[in-house]
Ligand binder design. Structure first.
Ligand code: URA
Length: 219
């Protein structure tokens, strides 16, 4: 797998990542969502450099200009609900992308430290020959990303696969690295050291879904 960890190079991206981590700035939900969106836009821009392009002639009021435009059929797939602001950021740039949504959540049985991933709702277009962008803002264990990909298999074989995350734990990055092919790309804004006993990224930022949309009752 090709791992593109964007925080390895200093850029304005670092400011947006520090804001989503900061406990004081996190109190502003709108700012949290917008920062995730902005990070999605930057990851999308970087990813776009690896897509397939074709020449097109554009007519301006004063003449014609030969331009390279990307030629991939993109399907953006996000996991509800934390994935929504990241999905918006990607869709801000991939104007004509098709979209897939899936609900995947951690189900803790008796032991709060162990869980299985339950996939329920799934809406997806045909994936055959397309470029699948699978987005999950927090790549903690990597299990949701892999479970989602398994659930998408009946919809066709994509030409290319790009995984997009805001913050990952090294364990999660290693897990997806083992489960996806060597041609898959991972675009990620930061990779943190470790996971807590409950599977949260440390230092991470906390619960991305709650920070974006408010706390939920535990089921
Ligand atoms: N999901 C989150 O929202 N945060 C984490 O740290 C891990 C998974």
């Amino acid at each position: 797998m090709h791992i593109h960890n964007l925080s390895q190079q200093n850029s304005i991206l670092n400011s947006f990542i520090s804001e989503i981590r900061d406990v004081d700035i996190q109190k502003d939900r709108m700012r949290f969502r917008r920062n995730i969106e902005r990070i999605g836009e930057i990851l999308c821009y970087e990813m776009s450099k690896t897509l397939d392009y074709k020449s097109e002639i554009i007519t301006t009021p004063l003449g014609k200009k030969n331009t390279e435009l990307f030629n991939d059929d993109i399907v953006l797939c996000s996991i509800l609900r934390a994935g929504v602001p990241l999905h918006s950021g990607l869709l801000n740039y991939f104007d004509d992308a098709e979209n897939a949504f899936i609900s995947a959540y951690r189900h803790h049985k008796d032991n709060p430290e162990t869980f299985e991933i339950i996939v329920e709702y799934l809406a997806c277009p045909c994936l055959e020959g397309k470029t699948l962008v699978l987005a999950d803002p927090m790549l903690a264990t990597g299990q949701s990303m892999v479970a989602t990909f398994e659930a998408l298999k009946p919809f066709g074989k994509p030409k290319n696969i790009h995984l997009v995350s805001v913050i990952g734990a090294q364990d999660g990055v290693d897990y997806v690295n083992e489960h996806f092919g060597k041609d898959t790309h991972l675009w990620i804004a930061a990779i943190d050291e470790t996971l807590s006993d409950k599977g949260y990224i440390v230092p991470g930022l906390g619960d991305a879904g709650d920070l974006a949309f408010g706390e939920k009752l535990q089921q």
